[in-house]
Design a protein around this ligand. Structure first.
Ligand code: NDP
Length: 294
């Protein structure tokens, strides 16, 4: 018979990796599936200064968490989950789920969905290059003009890194900035940056730049779960914005399936709260598996 994991974790950001560490240390068989890069959103954050006990590049935190998870016994594999369904066609003594990952079937007694969020895209009328990842594309803009759109922590935080490359960086937002004051002060102190708030017409800014970086928030990566609804009770599993609904134990409407991190309704989208969310989900998984074995 096919192997049945105790826990399959989808995604590998801070919530997933923390969940993996907790679950593996509780002697569960755990495998993490990631479609892009181990570390998830951490790999695209230039600098993290508000994760207690850590002060450095996002990639460094991602590597540290991954290596801790490996030491605890977590297995890793690349692959994209496109569907979850009850595993009803196999002879199992306990309930299990069938995940479709890169077209292959994976069986697990429980699941944590920790798929995070994706950048919200912007439809801009321009032929200039548009990027959603500062860390990936910043080196292309050495001594060039950069336009950043957005006014949250991502826009201002990533601008600090982009400004190290650009000859000139202009940050524009449709309303007053909402980023932390410390970040805004840091950006204002740089000699090659300019901030413009309450900009409603972007045209002149688009015309006079070499490239555009857009940071206007994120949307949850939950489409595959929402479309799996019909495989279960038919009950709505996400809110209208696509965030997964959970109870206080981070369990979704389907017993045995949990969610953690940015993809969960109510998340405040910080690396530290994602990590905490992952710990809650893993402890709940352990309790769930113990209760269904009784
Ligand atoms: P936010 O939702 O905080 O900010 C989005 C920004 O984009 C706002 O200024 C918003 O303007 C603007 N915006 C949204 N939609 C549009 C649109 N259609 N057209 C033009 N402008 C638009 O997103 P962030 O990605 O910055 O942050 C998400 C979360 O992650 C936050 O909770 C943030 O604190 C957190 N974060 C934390 C970091 C850290 O701790 N180091 C780093 C980065 C993010 P308006 O105000 O008018 O809506």
């Amino acid at each position: 018979m096919d192997r049945v994991l105790d826990l399959a974790i989808i995604g590998s950001g801070p919530s997933a990796l923390t969940a993996g560490i907790y679950a593996a240390r509780s002697e569960l068989s755990v495998k993490i599936f990631e479609r892009k890069a181990y570390g998830g959103s951490l790999t695209e954050i230039a600098y993290i200064a508000n994760f207690p006990g850590f002060d450095g590049e996002g990639m460094e935190l991602a590597n540290g968490l991954k290596s801790q998870a490996e030491t605890a016994g977590v297995e890793f594999d690349y692959g994209e989950c496109t569907e979850i369904a009850p595993a009803v066609d196999i002879d199992l003594s306990e309930k299990a789920f069938a995940l479709t990952i890169d077209g292959e079937r994976v069986l697990a007694r429980s699941i944590i969905i920790a798929t995070g969020s994706e950048p919200r895209k912007m439809d801009l009328d321009t032929d200039k290059p548009i990027s959603y990842c500062a860390l990936c594309d910043a080196p292309l803009y050495k001594d060039k003009k950069i336009l950043v759109i957005g006014g949250g922590n991502s826009a201002v935080g990533e601008s600090l890194m982009l400004a190290e490359y650009a000859s000139e960086l202009t940050l524009i937002n449709r309303s007053p900035l909402r980023a932390e004051k410390t970040l805004i002060s840091q950006l204002k102190s740089l000699s090659n940056t300019k901030i413009e708030e309450n900009v409603l017409d972007f045209t002149k800014y688009l015309d006079s730049t070499d490239g555009i970086f857009v940071f206007i928030g994120k949307k949850p990566a939950s489409d595959f779960f929402a479309t799996s609804t019909s495989n279960f009770s038919g009950e709505k599993l996400t809110d209208d914005d696509g965030y997964i609904l959970t109870d206080a134990d981070n369990m979704t409407k389907i017993p045995g399936i949990f969610a953690a991190g940015d993809v969960r309704q109510g998340s405040i989208k910080q690396a530290i709260t994602a990590a905490s969310d992952g710990a809650v989900a893993a402890i709940s998984v352990k309790n769930y598996l113990t209760s269904v074995k009784k």
